[in-house]
Design a protein around this ligand. Structure first.
Ligand code: HEM
Length: 456
């Protein structure tokens, strides 16, 4: 990070669309990929978008600029206060709303269950849960890949967070969460998140009323679980809730129930929506390009009967299929916004303290100099070239790098391998599938209908 020596008066934001801010916001909500492409074609890989209700946002789709941001010191940028849109969903005490020492402390607390050996220990659950869910598929009866993937990923995250993935409590929470997050299931519905004036209570059956009521029910279930564990210490295990219940700060204070609930919601939401969507895309590409699936099956078959899940997770072509899935339509099109805490220089330009930057994942993943024929699904590109953490950025980077990236990659690999090596699936129809906004994420428009045609 270079601190700007030039004077504040030199600060001039890069060019960008001149349309009214409301029009820019509508485009951003309704056609994010097309709009981003229009902007980069017209203004280059650093441009300013002006979205109604937001400060000017400097989008960066250049690895050098992204490196300057991701490798900066935590104190150089604030991130938590830019994530305000997530507040109604995740609550006031979520890690993603924190900055500085609070954020650092919270990451230290939440990180261990998502890394190293601990993540690998979830491998057997992931395979078991996938097998159980897939066992309900019936020949020639179509199902929606995204729904099934969501059932799997939610069960996996519940196993890591609560230490259980089955039973009445689990089922209740699973269906409430699915219902609750449905408020973001289309571009129209996503407006509730972007336009705060829509967040008004017009009775229990109005969209926002339903959202609030379901959220309350989820909080009640979480509260009951917290109280049950506090009252019965023998129920504490090595899951994340147990760890959070045991931890105390320097003053010996343990986490309040409110804090616990907000972090639980954060992990449950961040930990399953994104991975479910990426799995739906992966199944789409594998059925769309049978030669990729054939090559993948040969690689998996080479491991022999009953391969070890960790061996599966190390397969190079399987890894490349997951990376290419996350590259082409990154589930989250942009990383968190970063607000500069001082005047600074980025990509040779001067910016004043207070400027908001957006590392643009989608546009970086479609740079022709890095990814030739970028619209083509070609996992081989990841075998032919090693990309830097500023060129391939589906999980963001720096001090805010996705907390669950190792779990997400493991899940993607094991769910894909478990399914394709046992079940013959096909796309249930040939209708074109497009990325469509689903809250902050971009999901396949039809959820990817699949049909089981037989067994391997
Ligand atoms: C394919 C799946 C996933 C994708 C594409 C994804 C993507 C991202 C991205 C882009 C960020 C912002 C990073 C930045 O701005 O630098 C993020 C942050 C985060 N992700 Fe994920 N994520 C995925 C799965 C998960 C899972 C499984 C968890 C489970 C715990 C998770 C938890 C989080 C959390 C807690 C943060 C906030 C980190 C912080 O503020 O320090 N994510 N993720």
């Amino acid at each position: 990070m270079t601190t700007a020596k030039a004077s504040f008066s030199e600060n001039k934001l890069p060019d960008g669309p001149k349309a009214p801010a409301l029009f820019q916001l509508i485009n951003w909500i309704a056609h994010p990929f097309e709009y981003l492409e229009e902007c980069i074609d017209k203004y280059g890989d650093i441009f300013t978008m002006r979205l109604f209700g937001f400060p000017p946002l400097v989008f960066i789709a250049n690895p050098q600029g992204i490196k300057q941001i991701f490798s900066a010191d935590a104190k150089d940028f604030d991130v938590g206060r830019t994530n305000d849109l997530a507040r109604p969903i995740l609550g006031d005490r979520s890690i993603i709303l924190m900055d500085g020492s609070h954020h650092k402390k919270e990451r230290k607390l939440l990180m261990p269950p998502f890394h190293g050996e601990k993540v690998k220990s979830y491998a057997k659950y992931i395979c078991k849960i996938t097998e159980k869910v897939a066992s309900h598929w019936e020949i020639n009866k179509p199902f929606i890949a995204r729904d099934v993937a969501q059932e799997i990923t939610l069960k996996v995250i519940m196993e890591t967070v609560f230490g259980f993935s089955e039973g009445e409590k689990c089922e209740q929470l699973r269906s409430l969460l699915a219902d609750w997050l449905d408020i973001t299931a289309s571009p129209m519905r996503s407006s509730f998140i972007f336009l705060q004036f829509l967040q008004i209570y017009l009775g229990a059956w109005s969209p926002w009323g339903h959202f609030i009521r379901t959220q309350q029910q989820i909080y009640e279930l979480l509260q009951a679980e917290i109280e049950d564990r506090r009252a019965n210490p023998e129920k504490l295990g090595d899951d994340i809730l147990s760890l959070m219940l045991e931890v105390t700060d320097e003053d010996g204070q343990s986490m309040s129930d409110e804090q616990l609930k907000d972090e639980l919601i954060t992990l449950l939401v961040a930990g399953h929506e994104t991975t479910a969507t990426s799995l739906a895309w992966a199944f789409y590409w594998l059925e769309k390009f049978p030669e990729v699936k054939e090559k993948l099956l040969r690689e998996i078959d080479n491991l022999g009967e009953n391969p070890n899940p960790i061996e599966i997770s190390r397969l190079p072509y399987l890894t490349a299929v997951c990376q290419e899935t996350l590259r082409l339509y990154p589930i989250v099109p942009i990383a968190f916004a970063r607000i500069a805490n001082q005047d600074m220089e980025i990509m040779g330009r001067f910016f004043a303290s207070g400027t908001t930057f957006i590392p643009c994942i989608y546009l970086t993943h479609h740079r022709e100099d890095l990814y030739p024929n970028s619209k083509q699904f070609k996992p081989e590109r990841f075998l032919e070239r090693q990309y830097t953490p500023y060129e391939f950025i589906p999980f963001g980077g720096g001090v805010r790098l996705c907390l669950g990236y190792a779990l997400a990659m493991l899940e993607m690999k094991l769910v894909i391998a478990s399914v394709v090596s046992k079940y013959n699936l096909e796309l249930a129809d040939n209708k074109p599938v497009k990325p469509m906004r689903r809250g902050g994420t971009l999901a396949p428009s039809n959820g990817v209908p699949l049909v089981l045609t037989g067994f391997r």
